[in-house]
Design a protein. Structure first.
Lengths: 187, 192
């Protein structure tokens, strides 16, 4: 495996790791806030936790993916929300998975409605958060690699400008010594 | 990665570790609570009735009801309330003991025990407790309905509408269990 392929896989692994870690945070706080009676921790205001934690986690995820394209950050947000909803579903069906409860229509209706609600709440917040985070990261927290790339791009643009300036000044000097005028374009 | 982004990454990981623990613990709590709620059905019942009555001393009778409760789960429960209606079946009437019209006529008194949350009867996982509830018979009206023995001096108490309320220790979470009616078919001879 060459260095480029290894680097590509490393970036992918990092993308999935950050996404999964974000999903664990989002799912844990959603479950703790929404099912406070079973929760191992006290969350002060469940409404605030339900709204702010997915948004802030999305922002953190976006900041951590500053090196990637903005589409990648948005995709990470979608993946993060999807995994979080899956974890909420695992929590809701855990008595069934553990074999202590038998599936019934009431249980299924209760669990599925909560999973649907978690999807409705989490998707927009995490995706918007990740895009905002990507923008914040780009503006205020660019990585040294990104900074170097930008510097190289600026340097190259400067070189092009210089070359164009030189060409322009050469053409101007040619016209002043009576050289032939460049042919006018027909279009 | 920017130095500040590194700090945020560490915070992100710490939050994820905390979140993971919370998620696992909350899931375990949910499983344990569901386990008890599902499996306690049939593990709690009124198992017997005694009549404490020393007629010669002229004292008033009292009925002792035994409720047997087994905790089938993996977390402790705390019983805070058991209540029921006590009836005394009249062996000479035309109604069977479970007949609703007959039950209205034989209702003696309500009975039960109520404790505050935190001061209730704790049943550890897998343990069984017998809860004894004494119902004193007071007043001529209750006495008239209570004193319905057969020719052998046996009484036939019936316990209906029994309700068993329990909290999960460590949680602000409770459940109510409605127990099946209990009838002393063999009859009960007063003790004392």
């Amino acid at each position: 495996m060459d260095e480029a392929t290894r680097s590509l896989w490393r970036r992918r692994a990092l993308f999935f790791a950050w996404t999964f870690v974000g999903a664990v945070i989002v799912a844990a706080f959603f479950v703790a806030a929404f099912f406070t009676r079973f929760s191992a921790i006290e969350v002060g205001d469940p409404g605030a936790v339900l709204l702010l934690v997915p948004l802030l986690t999305g922002i953190l995820l976006g900041i951590l993916l500053t090196d990637a394209e903005i589409v990648v950050a948005a995709g990470a947000g979608v993946a993060c929300a999807t995994i979080a909803v899956a974890l909420v579903a695992v929590f809701l069906f855990s008595p069934l998975l553990a074999g202590v409860a038998v599936g019934s229509n009431v249980f299924a209706a209760y669990s599925i409605s909560r999973v649907a609600l978690s999807a409705v709440v989490l998707f927009p917040l995490v995706v918007v958060g990740s895009v905002i985070g990507r923008g914040v990261g780009d503006l205020f927290l660019p990585s040294p690699r990104l900074k170097q790339q930008l510097e190289e791009l600026r340097e190259e643009t400067r070189r092009w400008h210089d070359a164009l300036d030189r060409l322009e000044s050469r053409q101007t000097a040619g016209r002043e010594v009576g050289g032939p005028e460049p042919p006018e374009r027909k279009d | 990665m920017h130095p500040l982004a590194r700090i945020l990454a560490v915070a992100y990981l710490v939050l994820a570790v905390v979140g993971g623990v919370v998620l696992v613990q909350t899931s375990l709590n949910y499983v344990n609570v569901a386990d008890i709620n599902v499996n306690i059905e049939g593990k709690v019942a009124v198992t017997g009735v005694e009549i404490l009555w020393n007629r010669s001393s002229g004292g008033t009778p009292a009925v002792k009801v035994f409720v047997n409760a087994t905790n089938p789960g993996r977390i402790a429960i705390e019983v805070t309330n058991v209540d029921f209606q006590l009836h005394m079946d009249d062996p000479d009437d035309i109604y069977p003991w479970y007949d609703s019209v007959g039950l209205e006529l034989t209702r003696v008194a309500p009975g039960g025990v109520t404790k505050r949350s935190g001061q209730g009867i704790v049943i550890e996982p897998g343990a069984t407790r017998v809860i004894e509830i004494i119902v004193p018979i007071q007043g001529p009206d209750q006495m008239a309905r209570f004193n319905q023995s057969d020719a052998n001096g046996r009484y036939f108490p019936v316990v209906t509408e029994a309700r068993f309320v329990y909290f999960f220790v460590g949680f602000v979470l409770f459940n109510i269990l409605y127990l099946p009616p209990h009838y002393e078919a063999e009859g009960v001879v007063p003790i004392g």
